[in-house]
Design a protein around this ligand. Structure first.
Ligand code: PMP
Length: 397
């Protein structure tokens, strides 16, 4: 008889990678500074993989807001928002986010993952979801939860999206799903193209702004604001775990959709509410995003500097002012070895292999934050120079 647990051992490839001493995952961070440093195994490293883009996780005002709310309201969620966990603080955050994002209504969830999963309630077996090849796993999980059909178009390839729309059943409900700024590549979606095709084909548009709220657009409202096309996006999702430096998520859109989700989204109804500390931290961080646009400017300048340095070293990185940089490696093992070399050089990056990225397209993800000093950016670049030399990766080194 088959045992459902028989598969539960570390996959051979990971065991092999562990034996080689280059396994990059579940590194336990012992200490974290308000700047961009972490301590692992007693060593201080430059954190070059964090999504705390604006450096707000360690900001005293954000921490104080979390502490004060925790003192007043406790540490826990208390129950599901629907039944007994909703706080006036959640509603205050929802109202503030609605104004910030310029959307009629907002539903706050306990994680960004759960905000996206809530979208599963919007689609069913009669619908087709057409998503960019690089959309995040939780958007795919939402489609699965709803039981809708999923079609994928090549990353930002509007011709391919058009063909999929043309080929589909014109009677079926259609939802185009994209990220604003993509988490693995740092590229921004082709919203003008998506908006045009959605209009022509009567499709709805969802944008996951996990990585662009707080960063892109004149007010930090994200990629749609940057494109000047916020009306082309029907529903926008976001997380508090990146630019806002805490935990939690939100779905923003028309009143009737948000009311529907509050009652039918399983990831809202069947999980505990966001903790008071995180809700208060998100509120404080939002205030800073609005009041201190110089953080976004600093981040852009730092990103330009580091991406330029990596490109000059011969890595296939396009110089850009976006904080996420994908250093393509291709082969998984080579990616793990590069990660380890960088780690030994004192720089903590993220190794991404399938299923986080398409198979054969392993990469080192580097992210810049507003907390990085110039010296730390130089340290990241010189680690790449040394590692590239040793692995014979970057042609110029
Ligand atoms: N969307 C995207 C694009 C993400 O990258 C992530 C997390 N990496 C999420 C959603 C989920 O957000 P959270 O980690 O806050 O649950």
């Amino acid at each position: 008889m088959a045992d459902v647990f028989a598969k539960c051992r570390l996959p051979a490839t990971y065991q092999f990678v562990k034996d080689l001493g280059v396994y990059p995952y579940y590194q336990a961070i012992e200490e974290r500074s308000a700047g961009a440093e972490v301590m692992i195994d007693g060593r201080v490293l430059v954190q070059a993989g964090s999504n705390d883009y604006l450096g707000l996780s360690g900001d005293e005002r954000v921490k104080e807001a979390a502490v004060a709310a925790t003192r007043r309201l406790g540490t826990g969620g208390g129950g599901s928002r629907l039944s007994n966990g909703s706080l006036a603080l959640h509603e205050e955050l929802e109202a503030r986010l609605a104004v910030f994002l310029g959307r009629a209504a907002v539903m706050v969830t306990s994680a960004g993952y759960l905000a996206n999963l809530a979208l599963g309630a919007l689609v069913g077996p009669a619908d087709t979801v057409i998503g960019d090849r690089l959309i995040h796993a939780c958007l795919i999980d939402a489609v699965r939860l709803g039981g809708a059909r999923l079609r994928r178009y090549r990353h930002n390839d509007m011709g391919h999206l058009e063909r999929l729309l043309d080929a589909g059943d014109p009677g079926a409900g259609r939802l185009i799903v994209t990220e604003g700024m993509f988490s693995t590549s740092g590229s921004v979606c082709d919203l003008p193209g998506i908006a045009r095709l959605a209009r022509v084909h009567g499709a709805r548009v969802v944008m996951d702004s996990a990585h662009d709220v707080g960063l892109l657009g004149p007010s930090g409202r994200g990629a749609a604001e940057q494109h000047g096309l916020e009306d082309a996006v029907d529903v926008q999702t976001m997380t508090f775990s990146k630019a806002l430096g805490t935990l939690g998520g939100a779905v923003a859109g028309p009143e009737e959709i948000i009311t529907y989700l509050r009652h039918y989204a399983r990831s809202m109804v069947f999980t505990a509410a966001l903790s008071p500390g995180c809700a208060a931290a998100a509120l404080a961080a939002l205030g800073i995003v609005a009041a201190e646009p110089e953080r976004r400017r600093r981040l852009r300048a730092s990103a330009e500097r580091l991406s330029g340095e990596l490109a000059a070293l011969g890595y296939a990185v396009a110089p850009s002012d976006r904080p996420v940089m994908a250093v393509p490696v291709g082969d998984d093992l080579l990616c793990f070895r590069l990660w380890r070399e960088l780690f030994d050089e004192g720089v903590f990056t993220t190794a991404m292999v399938a299923p986080g990225v398409p198979p054969g397209q392993a990469l080192i993800r580097v992210s810049v934050t507003a907390a990085h000093t110039e010296a730390q950016l130089d340290r990241i670049a010189s680690a790449f120079a040394a590692a590239g030399r040793r692995l014979r990766l970057a042609p110029v080194t």
